[in-house]
Design a protein around this ligand. Structure first.
Ligand code: ARG
Length: 586
């Protein structure tokens, strides 16, 4: 089982050999074989043009002389048709028999897993995603880190990595003073049980407002915080309670999103681990004191030679940078991480760049292995005016409300399509469709760009949406409900070579899958896989509209069923990699 790049590599070798035979100067010549635009062929060697330019010869003649040798190669002759296009590109079109043999290697999930396993085998990667600040609701903006992070975890696992899902909660900060002040005076216990995050957020707002208008209250809030920092038991217990409630509220949303963490090691976990960071960084000469604070400069960097990375505040307190440095060390030593990925919005870019630079120097000086580090960044979700999404009352929209609305909206659509399904099944389908649609809408745009949230678009049955793909998968499943077992068993042995343009085009799309996974994992950009799935479903649709699957001729039926099966395997598996559940019926 191989990806198209393996075939490209092989062709590359053959083109170079042909050039050698023709006496080309191999110092200058490169074959440059790539996957081609299907309009022209399947692979294309682009090397004749630059070579002709360098040697001042005619590119078509250069291509022609290579063609002669290539055409007499047995393997090429039986698998490809050759032609020269444009000013001198050599095109390789796969013969249908070759496409079929190749396609057969995609016959099971297992073979697909094997094709990607080696990419990250042996690696242990900590993925830090979600990671919201506690004692607050998750709002719409919080969804991106969770959804993109989870897809990345699944993709990495698919590629053989051991993944550790860590929720690095912001659970230690100045907000607790105000929260405790209000908690001790205005708690609505019932609300705390039913809507923990809602209640904590309400209390924080009260604390904040009182502190703004009343000097005495402000002082009391400060005292509450100092008591917590000094380890006074009442406040420490309260802090623990608040965190338990926070995590309970968060887990409700994670449950809806099908996300389960291995660890919740928030900022507070690292409080007692920062002293080692200060000591080592000072000793290594990486950090220096500046106006009472401890800072790191990077003289080799354009901005960070002047812009300090403050790792201890002038009042001696730790901050986001100190705990993050301690986190890097902990992940290396405790989890034996070979890779660390942190999924956050793009406003924290500088912080993570400084974190990476500092850690690299620190680990080098202390003879530790630096794990690969990636800050997987993403842009904002906006309304159609390009502004942050707000509810009608002007508040940020709660994530849980958004997800519930998605399910309600999906329910109406599913019910309209299948008025006769039993209510329970309708509800369950609506849940999958609703949640998947929101998730998929978050994954389809390139993560670094902002995107506009639109219910109409994300729930549409047309376009690159979850409903479209889920529906495509159910449609293929319904084909298999119509055929008997025996024709499935003999599919591979009976299949004849592809004949129609639609068969060949779909087969070619299926074959691209492995390359797409490589590209997605290389860039940690799930939208690459989303675009591919949309193209695959499009190719399937064209095929399905043009060619009957259940026909009388056994060999034709077999090869068409084969195409259906491979499409289905890839669709289901990829959707699952993106964190999306598939359906039997829709
Ligand atoms: N709590 C941060 C936020 O809400 C994200 C934390 C990301 N992880 C980290 N190790 N800094 O933006």
């Amino acid at each position: 089982m191989h990806g198209w790049f393996d075939v490209a590599d092989k062709l590359n070798t053959k083109v170079v050999a042909a050039a050698h035979e023709k006496g080309f100067d191999l110092e200058i010549f490169t074959a440059d074989v790539k996957l081609a635009d299907p309009k022209f062929g399947d692979f294309q060697a682009n090397g004749a043009l630059p070579y002709a330019k360098r040697t001042q010869s005619n590119p078509r003649e250069v291509a022609n002389s290579l063609m002669g040798t290539l055409a007499s190669d047995n393997e090429i002759q039986s698998n490809f048709e050759l032609s020269i296009a444009g000013p001198g590109f050599i095109n390789f079109k796969m013969k249908p028999s070759f496409t079929l043999e190749w396609l057969k290697t995609f016959s099971s999930e297992k073979s697909l897993v094997q094709s990607a396993m080696h990419l990250n085998e042996g690696q242990t990667i900590v993925v830090d995603y979600g990671s919201p600040n506690t004692a607050k609701q998750m709002h719409v903006g919080h969804i991106r880190s969770v959804v993109i992070g989870e897809a990345i975890c699944r993709l990495l696992e698919f590629c053989g990595a051991k993944v550790i899902r860590d929720n690095h909660l912001g659970d230690w900060g100045t907000a607790y003073g105000k929260l405790f002040y209000a908690y001790k005076r205005h708690l609505d216990k019932e609300n705390l049980d039913t809507d923990p995050l809602g209640e904590l957020e309400r209390l924080y707002r009260i604390g904040n407002e009182v502190a703004e208008n009343d000097e005495n209250a402000l002082q009391e809030c400060r005292d509450e915080l100092v008591n917590l920092q000094n380890g006074e038991s009442e406040n420490v217990e309260l802090w623990q309670l608040v965190n338990e409630y926070s995590i309970k509220g968060l887990k409700e949303v994670y449950g809806l999103l099908d996300v389960e963490y291995d660890h919740y090691l928030g900022e507070s976990f690292y409080r007692d681990k920062v002293d080692q960071v200060y000591e080592e960084l000072l000793k290594c000469g990486i950090a220096e004191e500046s106006q009472g604070a401890l800072v790191v400069f990077h003289p080799e960097h354009k901005r960070f030679k002047k812009q300090p990375f403050i790792i201890r505040k002038s009042d001696g307190a730790s901050n986001y940078a100190s705990t993050d440095l301690a986190t890097m060390l902990y992940r290396l030593e405790h989890f034996k991480a070979t890779g660390i990925i942190i999924v956050t919005d793009d406003r924290q870019k500088d912080h993570f760049e400084q974190l990476e630079l500092t850690t690299k120097k620190w680990f080098e000086k202390t003879n530790r292995e630096m794990p690969t580090f990636n800050n997987v960044m993403f842009g904002k979700i906006t309304d159609d005016q390009g502004k942050a999404m707000k509810s009608r009352s002007g508040e940020p929209i709660r994530l849980i409300d958004l997800l519930q609305e998605a399910v309600e909206r999906a329910y109406l659509i599913v019910k309209e399509k299948n008025p006769d399904l039993p209510e329970e099944e309708l509800r369950s389908i609506a849940k999958t469709v609703g949640i998947s649609s929101v998730k998929y809408a978050d994954l389809t745009p390139n993560r670094t760009s902002d995107y506009v949230f639109s219910w109409e678009k994300l729930l549409s049955l047309d376009g690159n949406t979850a409903p479209y793909l889920l529906y495509a998968a159910t449609r293929i499943q319904s084909i298999f409900r119509k055929v008997n077992e025996s024709s499935l068993d003999s599919m591979e042995s009976e299949a004849s070579s592809f004949e129609t343009a639609e068969e060949q085009a779909l087969a070619r799309k299926i074959i691209e899958f492995v390359g797409v996974i490589h590209q997605t994992i290389d860039t940690l950009r799930p939208h690459t896989l989303c675009s591919y799935l949309y193209e695959l479903s499009g190719a399937f649709s064209s095929f399905y509209n043009a060619d009957h699957v259940i026909v009388d001729q056994p060999d034709v039926r077999a090869r068409r069923l084969l195409l259906c099966r491979q499409t289905l395997i890839i669709l289901k598996m990829s959707l699952n990699l993106l964190g999306i559940r598939t359906l039997e019926r829709m």
